[in-house]
Ligand binder design. Sequence first.
Ligand SMILES: *Cc1c(COP(=O)(O)O)cnc(C)c1O
Length: 229
Amino acid sequence: MNPSRIAERLAQVKQRIAAAARSCDRDPNAVRLIAVSKTRPVSDILEAHAAGQHAFGENYLQDALPKIEALQEYPLEWHFIGRIQSNKTRDIASHFHWVHTLSSAKHARRLSDQRPVELAPLQVCIQVNISGEASKSGTTPEAAGALAEVIAGLPRLALRGLMTMPPADSTEAQQRQIFSALRHLLEDLNRTGLSMDSLSMGMSNDMQAAICEGATMVRIGTAIFGPRQ
Ligand SMILES: *Cc1c(COP(=O)(O)O)cnc(C)c1O
C-alpha cells in the first residue's frame, strides 16, 4: 500500500482505540495495538514501524520467517497468532516473543522445551473457543483451567492470558457476549491462584466491543494495511 496511507490509517486506528476506551471509561494506554502483518511485505511493516508501531502479528510461519529475518535489526516484537502445528513449534519458539493461539498441553511442552535458553520466556495466551464453532481452534472454556495449570508449571513459558475470536458473522451484541465470557473466564481462573494480565481480543471489525469488555491487546490487520488479497 502507498506508504503515507499506512501511517495515516495507523493513526486512525489509534484514535479509534482511544475513543472506544474512553467511551467505556477505560484508559486508552491499557490497550496495546498488535499490527497484523500477515501476507504483507516487509516494506509495509517498515512503514508502520517508521510511524511508531512496535508489535506485529503473523499467522503463517513460512510467510513470517523471511520477514522476521529481514527485519532482525529493528527492535520489533513478533506475535504468533496462527494455528500451531507440532512440526513448527521449534521455529515459533525461536523467532517469536508471544504466542496467542496455544490450545494444547503437547504444544505447550514442546514450545517450552524448544525455547532457546538465551531468550526470555515465551509469553503465551491460551486460545479459547468460546462460541463453540466447529471450525475454530482453541480449548473449550471447561478445559482452559487444566491447560493453564500445565503452562504455569513450564519453565520457559510465561502464561499471560487468554485469546478468542467471535464468529465472523456475529452481531455486536454477540461479540460483546463472547468477549465478556472470556473476561469472566480469566477472572475465574485468576481466583484459583493464576495471575494472568492479558486479554487478546478485538480485530478490525470488533475492536469497539472487545475494548469495552476489557481487551488489553487488539490484533488489527485490515484497518491498518487495507484489504488482504
Ligand atoms: C487476520 C487476523 C487478525 C486481523 O484481522 P483483521 O480483520 O484484518 O483486523 C487478528 N487475529 C487473528 C488471529 C487473525 O488471523
